[in-house]
Design a protein around this ligand. Sequence first.
Ligand code: IVH
Length: 706
Amino acid sequence: MDLTDIETLSLDAARAELERLAKELHRANEAYHTHDAPEISDGEYDALKQRNAAIEARFPELKRADSPSEAVGGPVAEGFAKVTHAQRMLSLENAFNAEDVQDFDIRVRRYLGLGDEAPLTYTSEPKIDGLSLSLRYENGVLIQAATRGDGSIGENVTANARTIADIPQTIAGAPEILEIRGEVYMHHEDFAALNARQEAAGAKPFANPRNAAAGSLRQLDAEITRKRPLRFFAYAWGALSAPLAETQWEALERLKSFGFSVNDNTREASGPGALLAHHSEIAARRALLGYDIDGMVYKVDDLSYQARLGLRSTTPRWAIAHKFPAETAWTRLEAIDIQVGRTGALSPVARLTPVTVGGVVVSNATLHNEDYIAGRDANGAEIRGGQDIREGDWVEVYRAGDVIPKIANVDLTRRPEDARAYVFPETCPRCGSVAMREPGDAVRRCTGGLICPAQAVEKLKHFVSRAAFDIEGLGAKQVEQFYQSDWVKEPADIFCLKERYGSGAQQLKNREGWGAKSAEKLFAAIEAKRQIPLDRVIFALGLRHVGEAAAKLLAQHYGTWQAFVAGVDAAPNDDAAMEDLLSIDGVGAVMAASLTASLAQPAERASIDRLIAHLEIAPPPPPALANADSPVAGKTVVFTGTLTQMTRAEAKARAESLGAKVAGSVSKKTDYLVAGDGAGSKAKKAADLGVEVLSEEAWRALIGEA
Ligand code: IVH
């Protein structure tokens, strides 16, 4: 798609174009969803959306209240029934170089307690660039196919999956319950032919085989899917009534015996060296494979090891994706803008002449911080040979995974003569307050706190985000709108909206993008969130260093808002309170300092107190029910010394999976100290406090593992 004209659009022309695109996209959505009669192809739809996004990126201030880019989900998504996966569909951690792969091997060995020399086999499989699909078979019969969705809930595409020749409808010799996972993809030849047909029919071609595969699978009319040349590779499984095999390799063999296609470039490898060699070999043949892959996936072969390694929140510890180097493209850096974040961080952003990188139009890239622009890393060492980045430069951009695009290089031969070294602002571009850089911090921060409109808005956006208050109908766009009109200046104001403006549905109704119905709905959604679990409240405050996981730990530890504030308020002047805070495994000195400082800051605290007055805070949900009857559920355990049967990390994960809390230091609240060899001061302290001390053996007996 040609987006070059966007560079030259005037403000008025851009506004008019956004209006036109909004109308056209709304119309297309309605035709699709309401009338089931699409008027334009998926490709055309995508092109319009891309154009809209490119203009919005260049003129953020023109973004409309009813911007089509805010419409959630793909256009096809809403038509499908939702499916809750019996087992979450996972994603993979990424590795980008040899060091990352070696680190992965070291982490796995450490977790399993294997020495450097112990044999440890991996499988190395191509990472197919398509979309993942979960197939459920009961008694050998395909009964359901679902897309990944958000990992927990996907879309029911059973009728569509049945049209794919690589997917068996029935399987002989399968366990009663069998969920097969794999990738739907398209061959290059088939993709080219499909696009030729699209063009002949006057429809926009697909940008790449993955988009074509996704667009084809997610058709409400399965007869359209049937005409699309989709294929499927199986590489993993979900729920099973009986294990498939003892190793990943044998499991893949088993999938083949069920009639699935398994990628024949899969190899067994004895360690990082062999994995890297296979990666290079496949990278060299990548263009000849006939379908897109974007890296290799390495998996621990032994399935009993996989079970021991288990999962983090969304990724397994036993696998990693080693991506191929990202595609890059050269474009002009038009301007450097400074964005001010929730915690005041000044983040430089490169505004680029839009350019396509790996099938996606890129118009912004991160510049990280002032040192990065100047050509230095965090330790003052040169990067890019010490070359700085200037407005007007030609830069090479790349996308690594789904993250924000980055800049790899500058072409000095094309630097305009009048280009000046970039001077990083020392005051906040939004509120004018001094922007300070603490020693040892790469980031310069606005000191304006809540008086800074940028910080205030970003805090509000964070407050309503999905893992925080998640208020239906109140997204980033809407809070920004409310902030601009002075209706919502801080989180507490959200809970006053109805009271203040509430006959208000009337007033709200007259605002762009709001009708009487949506206003009433919003008020109801806000009401519903007055009752909210403690961990969400803590996370929603948006305190520096306190992420979702930390908020959960704090909530579990303190149990109530009152106990949390009392503990944090006391910590700076009361050793016992500070020790208690630091005893939470996962809370370190940096987080503790950030917590105590934030809650002690008068304006911030007043704002928090105003919010809390509106809420009924529920205690954090008890640890997963499955462990309620485990002998250590709800107990606080500390591990110390060298364990012989398992590593500390594994012991911790195991204890937590049984509902125990694992703390870093011994206190009166500790129920058990598990002391391995060479346990020192902690064992002594436990004895002093009368805490029960267990040997590793006794602990294993207690949890039923000895
Ligand atoms: S294993 C833990 N193996 O890559 C099991 N995934 O970035 C989950 N993918 O969501 C995936 N080829 O859609 C696995 N050989 C392969 C794969 C593969 C492609 C996709 C899959 C996954 C994504 C993660």
